[in-house]
Design a protein around this ligand. Structure first.
Ligand SMILES: [Zn+2]
Length: 256
C-alpha cells in the first residue's frame, strides 16, 4: 500500500488534525527541509505558500495560485537537491523563469531513477457513463473538498472482478487501488434512478482512500481510520446517501 503524497489540506475548508493519527504519511519527508523550501518560496514571491512534497509519478512540479495562496507540489527528490537546483526551483515556481526551468528539467532527468515505478493501468478508462460523468464528479469533489490536491487519482466505470453465480448478497460500489491510483465505480450506479449525490458520495469515499492511507495498529490494519471517518462526515449528503443506499441496495444487487 502506498500513499500518493504528503498532502497539505486547504485550511479554509478542511479541518485536519495537526497530525495524522497512527500511521501518518507513508513517504518520509524531512519536515525541516520542506519548511525551509516553503519559506524560500514565500520570500521570493508574494503572499503565503503551501508546499506539498509528493512521490507523484507523473508531475514533478506543479503550482497553482488560489485565493491568494500559492500551492506548490514538488517531488521529494527536490528536498535534497543541490543549492543551485533549489535556487532554480524557486525562480521557476515564482517567476516561471526559462533558464531555471532548464536546470530543474535537467535535475529531474538525472534523477528519474528516483521516480517510483508505477503499475500501469491495463484497461482503457471510461469516465463518461450513460447517466453519470465520473470525470465531472471527481473534478467537482476535488476542488470543493480536497482543495485541488486529489486530482492525480484515476477513475473509471468498472468492477474489479466479473460477476459470477446467481444470488449476490454484496456489491462493491466503489474500490480504490493504491498501486494503480485507480478508483473503480460499479456500473450498477450508472442508472437513471441512481441520484447524483449518491454517486458523488461513493466517489468521495474512494477519493478519501486515495489521500488517507490505511493505518496499521499491531497486526490489524484500519482501512477506515478515525481521520477517514471524520472526513467522510464532512460530505454534506453523508446521512442522506447512507439512507439511500440502505433503501436501494437490493435493487442495486439485481444489476447485471
Ligand atoms: Zn472504504
Amino acid at each position: 500500500m502506498s500513499t500518493a503524497a504528503v498532502r497539505i489540506p486547504e485550511p479554509a475548508r478542511i479541518s485536519w488534525p495537526p497530525e495524522l493519527p497512527g500511521g501518518g504519511p507513508q513517504i518520509f519527508v524531512h519536515e525541516g527541509a520542506r519548511q525551509a523550501l516553503e519559506r524560500r518560496l514565500e520570500l521570493a514571491g508574494s503572499g503565503p505558500v503551501q508546499l506539498a512534497v509528493t512521490d507523484n509519478v507523473r508531475r514533478m512540479v506543479t503550482n497553482l495560485r488560489s485565493r491568494g495562496t500559492l500551492r506548490v507540489r514538488i517531488h521529494m527528490m527536490f528536498l535534497d537537491a543541490p543549492e543551485r537546483v533549489k535556487e532554480a526551483l524557486v525562480r521557476y515556481v515564482v517567476r516561471g523563469d526559462r533558464d531555471a526551468s532548464q536546470i530543474v528539467g535537467d535535475y529531474i532527468d538525472s534523477n528519474s531513477f528516483r521516480i517510483r515505478a508505477e503499475r500501469p493501468v491495463r484497461h482503457a478508462l471510461r469516465t463518461k457513463g450513460q447517466y453519470h460523468d465520473l470525470g465531472a464528479i471527481q473534478g467537482m469533489i476535488n476542488s470543493r473538498y480536497f482543495g485541488g490536491q486529489a486530482s492525480d487519482a484515476l477513475i473509471t466505470w468498472g468492477r474489479r472482478t466479473a460477476p459470477k453465480g446467481n444470488a449476490r448478497t454484496a456489491i462493491k460500489l466503489g474500490t480504490y487501488s493504491a498501486t494503480e491510483r485507480l478508483i473503480r465505480i460499479h456500473p450498477a450506479l450508472d442508472q437513471r434512478w441512481v441520484p447524483r449525490y449518491f454517486v458523488t458520495y461513493i466517489v468521495f469515499h474512494e477519493l478519501l482512500h486515495h489521500v488517507i492511507p490505511p493505518v496499521r495498529i499491531g497486526k490489524t490494519t484500519a482501512i477506515h481510520p478515525a481521520l477517514f471517518s471524520l472526513r467522510e462526515r464532512q460530505y454534506p449528503q453523508y446521512i442522506r446517501a447512507l439512507d439511500w443506499e440502505r433503501r436501494h441496495l437490493s435493487r442495486l444487487l439485481r444489476f447485471r
